[in-house]
Design a protein around this ligand. Structure first.
Ligand SMILES: [Fe+2]
Ligand SMILES: [Fe+2]
Length: 303
């Protein structure tokens, strides 16, 4: 009988993630083991399996978000913070196909057509998602193009830069970890999250195209499943790099959440109005002050 697969990756100086094919996941600190007998001190070299690879990937996200998890107790959306989230969603989507195609070309040059094919497929699937965010912004009565041209939420900037940087590396395997992180978190959103947004939109306004497609209701679930299968099929060195980047991306995303989370509704509204150079339509500007004391929904949540 084939032995169950165990995979492990060191993501920080003192924490490794260990995952079994059967589903168990542990965070392991080398200092906890007896001297000289840490079997996880050397990088894994064996084949992967979907059951253990998903444990590593999701373990990396959980670890990256560990510092803020409690503070992000899913605050209710408001029109102001949802608008900021849509602008963030636009910026994390607009360059995705081009970036993935660039990484795919590099893998073709490197003689890795299977990675190139995976990235090309992803690039096709992600094409047009920026336009979903623009349509949603327009549906809310906003000058969408002007808004996204003049405003990138602070919490989103490092995330966009990370993806740009990853895709131009000589060996751009990390872009898979970044994409997994964003898609996995998006896929956690459920029907109730969409309904909450729909409930606060004016009658007849559909501003949830991007959210629906980047939630547990849309294509994101399939994207996540396909990525897990693909990463599991990669050589150990690649799986290690992908998991390490999933962790780094989760850290950057968590910091971005924190940044946006600390802002008040008034601050966010001021940023939006400054970007468009005018007072926003009544649906936003007349938004009552009861949102002031709430935590802002983080910008990255829409992706
Ligand atoms: Fe997308
Ligand atoms: Fe996706």
């Amino acid at each position: 009988m084939a032995r169950s697969v165990t995979e492990w990756v060191t993501v920080t100086g003192d924490i490794s993630i260990i995952a079994r094919e059967s589903g168990g996941v542990w965070f392991h600190s080398p200092s906890c083991t007896k001297e000289g007998v840490d079997p996880f001190a050397t990088p894994m070299t064996g084949a992967g399996a979907a059951g253990s690879t998903v444990g590593l990937l999701d373990g990396a996200i959980n670890l990256g978000f560990a510092g803020i998890e409690k503070r992000l107790a899913r605050p209710d959306p408001t029109l102001v913070n949802y608008t900021v989230a849509l602008v963030g969603a636009y910026h994390t989507s607009v360059d995705t196909p081009r970036n993935l195609q660039r990484a795919a070309r590099r893998f073709n040059e490197l003689g890795r057509p299977e990675v190139a094919a995976y990235l090309e497929e992803r690039a096709r699937e992600e094409t047009g998602h920026d336009r979903l965010a623009l349509k949603d912004l327009r549906a809310l009565g906003l000058p969408a193009e002007r808004l996204v041209a003049n405003f990138v939420p602070e919490g989103i900037k490092p995330l966009c830069k990370r993806f740009d940087d990853l895709c131009v590396q000589d060996y751009p395997i990390g872009c898979i970890g970044y994409s997994y992180c964003l898609e996995r978190i998006a896929a956690l959103k459920q029907k109730t999250d969409v309904e909450k947004v729909q409930a606060m939109c004016p009658d007849g306004v559909d501003a949830t195209r991007f959210l629906r497609s980047h939630s547990g209701l849309g294509s994101e679930v399939t994207h996540v499943e396909e990525t897990i299968e693909f990463v599991a099929s990669l050589p150990a060195n690649d799986r290690i790099s992908v998991v390490q980047e999933t962790y780094e991306s989760a850290l950057i995303m968590a910091e971005g959440y924190n940044h946006e989370f600390l802002k008040s509704e008034a601050e966010m509204l001021a940023e939006l109005q400054q970007a468009v150079g005018e007072a926003l339509p009544y649906r936003l500007s007349s938004y009552p002050s009861h949102g002031e004391k709430r935590g802002a929904r983080p910008a990255a949540r829409a992706e």
